[in-house]
Design a protein around this ligand. Sequence first.
Ligand SMILES: *Cc1c(COP(=O)(O)O)cnc(C)c1O
Length: 391
Amino acid sequence: MDTEYQLETLAVRAGQERSQFGEHAEALYLTSSFVFENAAQAAARFSGAEAGNVYARFSNPTVSMFQQRLAALEGAEDCVATASGMSAIMALCLAHLKAGDHIVASNGLFGATLQLFGNILSRCGISCTTVPQTDPSAWEAAIRPETRLFFLETPSNPLTQVADIRALAEIAHRRDILVAVDNCFCTPILQRPLELGADLVVHSATKYLDGQGRVLGGAVCGPKKYTEEVFKYLRTAGPTLSAFNAWVLLKGLETLKLRIEAQSANALALATWLEAHPRVSRVFYPGLASHPQHDLAMRQQRLGGAIVSFEVQGSRAEAWRVVDSCRLLSITANLGDTKTTITHPATTTHGRISPEARADAGISEGLLRIAVGLEAVEDIKADLERGLSAA
Ligand SMILES: *Cc1c(COP(=O)(O)O)cnc(C)c1O
């Protein structure tokens, strides 16, 4: 499809391939394998001489439609879908790295990504140095002759620190280092890392792309020269996206722009209210002028996104009281849903790291993270006010 169309149009139209039946909605092809017209065609499909489906570990028409739609939204030449966000990151790393290689990554990455780099890839001889998200000179200083990958996620979770994608890409490309951005929080509606110089984008489609808390999924987007390697890994190692999940995600993409814009507007209203609240000592939200990287964030992303973190005056008891007073907000560490969620990072998502490491990462006992959904912001405020005014 013509990628000159606006994002709204691409989100509902890109990638659809109609079958002979002329279905209006995208078809769900629940089939694990495909048949051939004759022996010669089977041979040609297996050898790759003829394009087409062979087996659902390699490709499936519903999955292909999702891949094309997400590629169009990211402005990418190609996209490879995976079973989850973590398998997308794993596939990216194992497709492009080998024993002896080195990764520089931000220290505020999603917890499982840090575990993957620190505990699993390390056993395969791939090492990782973590550096502060916001300091390009620290990334440059961490480079070794064997560094092959910069991996970042911006804004970070839960403190919404913003990394300068353009500056990091410039540093990396002077040394032939690949730059991969986990674009889960912004989605291509708010931020298109490839346009800012990144080589690859990864997604946990589980979050905003589905957006309604139904399925797991992931993706790697970028130029074909890089995604081809990811595809080769996937067809052999097997963490493929299921056709059913791809079909759900196709429908998720159709409303992505409406949802992320409405959720960002809610988040800005909530962050502004929290910043003026007498029981709140600090608010972390890139859309606020008080955010340390506000200017960079507003150059790099269209809106602030839907994650708001804040420190309650006091400590764990006061923060837990806010959580426990909620009647509407869901107490869960998940995010990217139409339903607003609240979590206490120090005892959930960041509960297993040492108190010193937690303090280093800026995760205080009074910190709460809200992933803002689509409810009326007045109702979200009222739910938080109950616990805040009691604290
Ligand atoms: C959830 C998440 C992941 C992992 O995705 P799964 O689909 O749960 O495997 C990776 N990165 C970020 C930023 C996430 O929030």
